[in-house]
Write a new protein. Sequence first.
Length: 251
Amino acid sequence: MNLTVSQAAFTKAIMTPTLDVPAGLRDAKGDPAGKRFSVYRNNVAVSLTEALIQAFPVIVKLLGNDNFRVLAGQFLRAHPPTSPLMMHYGEALPSFLQGFEPTQQYGYLPDIARLELAIRRSYHAADSAPLHPEALQALPPEKLMLATLEIAPATELISSQWPIFQIWQFNMAAGPKPKMRAEDVLITRPEFDPQNIVLPRCGGIFVQALIQQKIFGDALTAASTHNPEFDLSQTLAALLTGNAITGIKEG
């Protein structure tokens, strides 16, 4: 590539099929880059589209392959990659879907995209050693209330007004037809692959407080304030079986 062609101009031309080949761009033989550039531009678009298809399988199923490819074409031009690691590509898709007019009737799509991103982040997160459940049980209640729990890097939480877990399960695991309800979805990685589970009502408030490094007692108060019947034991069981708790810091 001729050094007189700026990286910004080259990137813009690559991502915008209606633009002409940047002036001064030449191929390996020193000739003006024309057809070769068009082939390269097409290959880039195809590669990015395939990366999005792999990253968002539920969105693909919900929209259909052809419709998703149209959406992907719009997305990749508005949001070109900012990292050479394709495992990170697509982080902006939830916000893009919120403003993408053709999909506005499907209000749950942005949160489904958030869920699929969270699953991907969990898969690639650093390993950690889980806390043995007995260590938590052995702590006196008064000390537990003042303690901070360390949460595994692979732990993710997505809260939505939509039944995003049911939609994911229906499309990926032949689950039952979704029923309308809000859901807090906990993503953990107990072994090699992430797993999803729906938390009891206000479980997301409790888990989010723990992730924010609030003490156990404050997290419990926050959840119980919104739901006096908050199921603490079920929420803790989900964290422990998912190897989401890695340590205890006593207050």
